[in-house]
Every structure is written in C-alpha cells, then in structure tokens.
Design a protein around this ligand. Structure first.
Ligand SMILES: C[S@@+](CC[C@H](N)C(=O)[O-])C[C@H]1O[C@@H](n2cnc3c(N)ncnc32)[C@H](O)[C@@H]1O
Length: 214
C-alpha cells in the first residue's frame, strides 16, 4: 500500500523531539548527541518504524537511528513513538547515499536492512541497498567486526545480495531462505512488510554478515 505524499511532511516532522533536522552537523558527534558511549545501531529504510521502535524500547542501553528517505513515511514512524519519547532513538530523513556525510568512519556499530526496495529492473541495480556502492559506504561508517542483518521476502534480490557480499569485506556468518523455519527466528521482530509477506505465506530470507576490514 503506497502512502499518499504529504508535501508538508518535512515541516511537520520538525515538532518531534526525536527528529534530527540537520544530521550533517552531528558527524563524528553522535555519542555526544545521545549523551553516552553506548553502541549505535541503525535501520536503513525504516518505513513506518515498528521494528526500530520495538528495539529501542527493549534495549535502552543501545542507541538507535531510524534512517528513512521519505518524510511522509517517517511521519508515520515518529507518530508511533510513545509519549515521553525514547531518548535512545534518533530519526533522520535522508538518502543512504549520504551516510558518509552524516557519520564518521567507524561511528556505527550495526546496520539493519529490512525489506529494502528490490528494484527488480536491471537498470536500477545501483539503487538496491545491498549493491556494491552501498556496501562500500557501510564498510566505512561501520566499526570493524560489526554486523549487518538483512531480511527480504524477495528471493532474486536476496540471491543478488549474497553475490554482492561475496566480493566484499563482509563475511557471511549465517543465512536462511526460510526464517520462520530456522533457529534465526529466536528474538525476531517482524517489520510491517514482514508481517504482510509472512502472512501471505512467502518465505522470508535472512543473512547476517560481519565486517572484516583487513
Ligand atoms: C519496502 S519499504 C520497507 C520498510 C520497513 N523496513 C519494513 O520492513 O516494513 C523500504 C523503505 O526503504 C526506504 N528507502 C529506500 N531507499 C532508501 C535510501 N536510499 N535511503 C533511505 N531509505 C530508503 C523507502 O522509502 C521505504 O520506506
């Protein structure tokens, strides 16, 4: 279901405490922003936010960043944040292409990619969030030895992603073509898209990779 674009979404976001109006000014200062040295985990393409908000509620000792390029979608996310806010959640409306302008090298401890847009046409390959140019960006903003967790219902996109990963500094630790019949299911938080596709009986693919910068 596509959301109708709200041309004022960007303006409306400004009243929410968790929303970062100018994330570029915090480059290299994200720990200062959160006021602690806790690890920083980020979901890229957070959509309406069920996943990242649940994680932030469950793990106050971790800082979370919801990174989503469409302000109209992000508005749905911030409106779900419970009253009183979540001090460990920051919300950014930007394109993942700009991650290196917003985060210093090694500033992020973990990345989640959940049901990223598969961009099935060949000419759109570079837009896929697991395409090599994006892996190169993640390699920079992530600390060495940290993890990316990626889930998708789309098998061709998953296979493409495994191929891109083979030729990268990310080592595949675990993967499954059927999350709901796998031991990777333990502790799983279903996203909005996941609920829909799992509900339709589509197998969910998941891979966990670890960065090895050497
Ligand atoms: C298919 S939705 C999945 C949303 C959510 N993760 C879920 O599983 O329910 C993909 C989301 O990624 C966002 N997105 C796509 N490309 C992006 C990019 N380059 N940077 C940031 N967000 C992006 C889209 O706007 C969309 O909200």
């Amino acid at each position: 279901m596509r959301l109708r674009n709200d041309p004022e979404a960007h303006e409306k976001l400004k009243i929410f405490d968790n929303y970062i109006q100018n994330p570029f000014e915090y480059r290299g200062k994200w720990h200062a922003y959160f006021g602690n040295n806790n690890p920083i985990h980020m979901e890229i393409g957070s959509g309406k936010g069920k996943f990242i908000i649940t994680l932030a509620q469950q793990n106050p000792q971790i800082n979370y960043i919801a990174f989503e390029k469409v302000p109209t979608v992000l508005l749905k996310l911030v409106r779900k944040i419970p009253d009183g806010g979540l001090k460990n959640l920051a919300v950014i409306s930007e394109d993942a292409k700009k991650l290196c302008e917003i985060f210093e090298d090694g500033e992020i401890d973990k990345i989640y990619l959940n049901f990223s847009d598969p961009w099935p046409k060949y000419r759109h390959t570079k837009r896929r969030l697991t395409a090599k140019p994006f892996l190169n960006i993640y390699e920079r903003v992530l600390k060495d030895n940290s993890l990316i967790e990626f889930k998708t219902d789309n098998r061709p996109f998953f296979d493409f992603s495994l191929e891109e990963l083979k030729d990268s500094k990310f080592i595949i630790e675990r993967f499954t073509y059927d999350l709901y019949n796998s031991d990777l299911l333990e502790g799983n938080i279903a996203t909005e898209y996941e609920e829909r596709f799992h509900g339709l009986g589509t197998p969910i693919n998941k891979v966990i990779v670890r960065l090895n910068k050497k």
